[in-house]
Write a protein that binds this ligand. Structure first.
Ligand code: NAP
Length: 234
C-alpha cells in the first residue's frame, strides 16, 4: 500500500489516481472527506482517510491506519498548498506557522513513525525554495525548510529511498485562481507566461510521472540521482 497525503486535490489527487489505475492500493489522506470519498467510490483500491495534518491527532490517525498493513510501498508527501502570494511586510505568520506544520513537521513525524514500514518517500520539491520572487516569500520560506528536511532524510535514512521530485509549475487550483484573477500582478504575469510557453503542467501528467518513479524505477537508479525534475527524466 502507498500513503498519499494531500490526496483530495492537485498533485496528490493525481498521484492517487495514477497509482490506483496501476492497481496499487492507496491510503488517500486529506481533510475534505467528500472529495476523498469520490476517489474511493471511483477506485476500489483507494481508502479515504479524512485527517488534518495540522494536528497531532491527524498524524496519529495516519499512523494507526497504516498499523495493520505491515510494510508500506511508499509515502508521498503532497499535503500543503501554494500559500497565497503576499508582501513580505504583510506575511500572515499564523498561516506561515500552519503551513510549516503541514509541509515540514507532519512529513518529518510521519517518516519517523512509519520508518520501519517504509520503502520509498516522495517529497514534492519546488524551485521556490531557492528563487527569490516578490510576493512569494512565505511559500519560499516553507519550501526551503521542506527541502532541507528532504535532503536530510536522503542523507540519513539509508534504508529508505528518498525521492526529491521537482514537478515544475503545475496547474492546480491556486494557480488557476491566480491565472483567472482580474488584478494584474507579477505572479499572474509569471503564470501566464508559463502557460503560453506550455510550461504549466497538467496535474495528471505529474501524477503519472510520480507513479513511474515509484513503480518503474529501481533502487539503484533512484540512489544515483539526488533530485528528479519533470521533463528531464523518462
Ligand atoms: N502546484 C505547483 O506548481 C507545485 C510545484 C512544486 C511543488 N508543489 C508542491 O506540491 C504539493 C501539492 O501542491 P498542489 O499544488 O497539488 O496543492 P493543492 O492542489 O492545493 O493540494 C493541496 C492538498 O493538501 C491538502 N491539505 C492542505 N492542508 C492540509 C491539512 N492541514 N491536512 C491534510 N491535508 C491538507 C489539501 O486537501 P484538503 O484541503 O482536503 O485538506 C489538498 O489535497 C505542495 O507541497 C506544493 O508545495 C506544487
Amino acid at each position: 500500500m502507498f500513503v498519499v497525503t494531500g490526496a483530495s486535490s492537485g498533485i496528490g489527487r493525481a498521484v492517487t489516481v495514477a497509482l490506483a489505475e496501476r492497481d496499487q492500493s492507496v491510503l488517500a489522506v486529506a481533510r475534505d472527506s467528500n472529495r476523498l470519498s469520490q476517489l474511493a467510490v471511483q477506485f476500489s483500491r483507494v481508502t479515504a482517510l479524512a485527517s488534518d495534518l495540522l494536528t497531532t491527532e491527524g498524524v496519529r490517525q495516519v499512523v494507526d491506519a497504516c498499523a495493520a498493513h505491515g510494510s508500506l510501498a511508499g509515502i508521498v508527501h503532497a499535503a500543503g498548498t501554494l500559500i497565497e502570494p503576499q508582501a513580505f511586510g504583510a506575511i500572515d505568520t499564523g498561516v506561515l506557522l500552519d503551513e510549516m506544520r503541514v509541509h515540514v513537521m507532519a512529513p518529518i513525524e510521519l517518516n519517523q513513525r512509519l520508518r520501519a514500514q517504509l520503502s520509498r518517500i516522495v517529497f514534492l520539491d519546488s524551485y521556490s525554495s531557492n528563487d527569490l520572487r516578490v510576493g512569494w516569500a512565505a511559500y519560499s520560506i516553507v519550501k526551503a525548510a521542506a527541502q532541507m528536511a528532504a535532503r536530510s532524510a536522503a542523507e540519513e535514512l539509508r534504508d529508505v529511498q528518498v525521492i526529491r521530485a521537482f514537478p515544475g509549475a503545475v496547474r492546480t487550483p491556486l494557480v488557476d485562481a491566480v491565472l483567472n484573477s482580474p488584478a494584474d500582478s507579477p505572479t499572474r504575469r509569471t503564470f501566464r507566461a508559463l502557460q503560453s510557453t506550455g510550461k504549466l503542467h497538467p496535474p495528471d501528467e505529474i501524477g503519472e510521472w510520480i507513479a513511474r518513479l515509484l513503480l518503474d524505477t529501481s533502487d539503484e537508479e533512484l540512489a544515483a540521482r539526488p533530485t528528479w525534475q519533470y521533463g528531464e527524466s523518462f
